[in-house]
Design a protein around this ligand. Structure first.
Ligand code: SAM
Length: 259
């Protein structure tokens, strides 16, 4: 096969230990549905199938499709694996019609679309039960907010799910070796936090406004989305310090600020 395509984020996993760790974090019960984004040459796909999952795998690279079709011919003919050739961000209709009931997303994803993949699966009506994703280590750290500093990214994930770190994965576990380290991130307890789309838009509008100017205090930033006296009133009611910074405010307070 031709060499790995950097533009498609192709760094193939070469460690069975890491593959095993991902599958274990998925807590797969036989017959469970799993969506895999970017199966590549199928190292994780094979392990998911061995664990008894019914896999729907979406791969964009046309060079990999015949390879996967050959490798998994028996699983495809048994209906244990459905291979979809396409861009995951444009194939949601094709994926959705194949999902029946509960499902998980388990994948070593292309990092150039990490944010879009997470957003896509957390904001659709039929959300997964959980997501186990290999992501760039810094992204996992920011989502989990291990240093206690929230960001637009961490709040956008935490409002829908509970993030946790499964394991750190050094760059030597991939080929070609990428120039970043990775981590396996788990998003569990995925829920529908908003009663309607207006509340959802209002939440994101408030968070974006709050973080708009990094050096400004939160109170100042929020005046772009609500009157100054309303900001003052809310701060008082929520016991927020006038000097508070957006990054120091927790999710439950953001939800109340947006209401
Ligand atoms: N899962 C394999 C593994 O662990 O070895 C491959 C992982 S590699 C990091 C990412 C995979 O996603 C590649 O196979 C790449 O072709 C595929 N890919 C890239 N962009 C994609 C997209 N927009 N939709 C679906 N697959 C994509």
């Amino acid at each position: 096969m031709a060499f790995a395509k950097k533009s498609l984020g192709q760094n193939f996993l070469i460690s069975e230990r890491v593959v095993g760790g991902i599958v274990m974090a998925g807590e797969i019960t036989p017959g469970e549905q799993v969506i895999e984004i970017g199966p590549g040459k199928g190292v994780l796909t094979a392990a998911l199938l061995r664990a008894g999952a019914h896999v729907i795998a979406v791969e964009k690279d046309d060079r990999l499709i015949p390879l996967l079709a050959t490798r998994f011919k028996p699983e495809i003919s048994r209906g244990d694996l459905v291979l979809i050739h396409g861009d995951v961000l444009e194939s949601m209709d094709a994926v959705s019609i194949r999902i029946k009931g509960h499902y998980k997303v388990i994948a070593n994803i292309p990092y150039y679309i990490t944010g879009q993949i997470i957003r896509q699966f957390l904001s659709i009506d039929d959300k997964p039960d959980s997501m186990i994703l290999m992501v760039q280590k810094e992204v996992a750290d920011r989502i989990i907010a291990r240093d206690g500093k929230e960001s637009i990214l961490s709040l956008s994930v935490k409002v829908y799910a509970t993030p946790s770190l499964v394991m750190n994965v050094s760059r030597g576990n991939f080929f070609p070796i990428p120039n970043v380290d990775s981590a396996v991130l788990k998003l569990s307890d995925i829920k529908m936090p908003f009663a309607n789309t207006t509340d959802e838009s209002r939440f994101f509008e408030t968070v974006k406004a709050g973080f708009a100017q990094k050096r400004k205090k939160l109170a100042g930033n929020l005046t772009s989305v609500m009157p100054k006296d309303q900001v003052a009133q809310k701060f008082k009611a929520l016991g927020l310090d006038d000097n508070a910074r957006a990054e120091d405010v927790s999710l439950d307070i953001w939800i109340k600020l947006a209401q």
